[in-house]
Design a protein around this ligand. Sequence first.
Ligand code: NAD
Length: 454
Amino acid sequence: MDAVAVVAPEEELNLHRIARIQFDQVRPYLREIDDYEGLADFLFRPERLVEVVLPVLMDDGAIATFTGYRVLHSSIRGPGKGGIRFHPNVDQDEVQALAFWMTMKCALVYVPFGGAKGGVQCDPHALSLNEKSRLTRRFIAALGETIGPYTDIPAPDVYTDAQTMAWIYDTFEMMHPGDNNKPVVTGKPLELGGSPGREAATAQGCLYATEHFLELGGLPGMTGLSGVTVAIQGFGNAGRNAARLFANAGAVIVGVSDSQGGIYEPTGMPLAAVEHHKDTTGSVIDFPGTKSLEHQEVLELPCDILIPAALENQITLQNVDRIDTRLVVEAANGPITPAADRVLADRGIHILPDILANAGGVVVSYYEWVQNLENHQWDEHEVLDKLRTKMRRATEKVVLSRAALSETYEEAAAAHIERHGAGREVPPPDLRIAAYVVAVELTARSALQRGIWP
Ligand code: NAD
């Protein structure tokens, strides 16, 4: 069973509206945006929404019809970039939010891409490998010129992987013979032009950002990961690699979970053995010597660092009071609702926001794209060195931005009240708002430099 968010009735859960709330939170701190009437609306709304209907021949001879989406949120700073997700909850609002977050992420880590995202509403566990291949190929064929190496470049996301990217490349290559089509998609297998380091890049970026945040004094008394306890929700690309990398850096992994449930061992668990158990049984549950957990319980474990690495809306008003950690590192996109954000801030729990924490994936996707354009393959250490530098710089920008915003908070709040009246609360600056300020400012500046055409 996949994550089902339990929520209080007053809480906003629509991801597109959540994205808008997050965007609007920066406006008191970036008054230049409202100096240009209509600019904020232009920056938030997606450039292009595509919905396609996909008939697929199933193994039993039946025809199943799926719906696929691709949203190009922004090409202000370069071609659209963003993953493709196969999941039952995929809909236009979810894809729009994820595409917007990609625009913000690319700006924050300063890669020359805009944001995009795609998905097919389906249950990937119910599809055979051949059915998944046919669905992928039909999706790419239906998207036609919507994607391309210089316009919109897909990558993996939930329940898609390097094999899915290989099918995407192959399908696009069949439709465009004679061109160098490798850069049309990233996250490919190494043999087909994938980049060394891409598979674990999202988790690697989480690690680099977390380590640097600690070095910068983000959590007083904790300067490194040695002996630090970590709980992780999700054991796929982001979660499983994070577990391995944080453990290698000295952290103690006390809890992990996947879509079937979780496991807990307060003294730490032998990760290689847990991975073997997952590979042989399909889940982490029932790993010998650990306590079994219900889905959401992993989020409530006492730990120093909590890493949600599964789906959106996992920490809500319903469970936020039970979160027992010092720092949440958002490997997943959108795991915390805005209402829960405020509660965590009031409780002094920091959040390394998704647009920073999980940006390692798109950074190495960018490096893959560059290598493909050059028909070249870099060594893994070169990729990781560059990724580390990018993640550290982005982390510094966010920390510095927060410090600068804090100084101007009173002024920002007064300006906000003057513009919108006293009814709307102005949240004090946290790391998420600080990250958005950096990203929105760069995107806005780029838009104005290009000019509004005609
Ligand atoms: P994945 O398909 O590899 O793994 C998803 C994992 O989540 C699986 O282990 C699944 O069992 C687990 N899961 C699903 N429901 C769960 C639940 N209720 N409780 C616990 N676990 C549950 O996907 P992924 O690529 O690791 O993506 C995970 C998150 O990371 C998503 O939010 C995605 O957008 C984000 N992300 C991924 C990348 C990337 O490069 N893959 C990059 C940036 C962000």
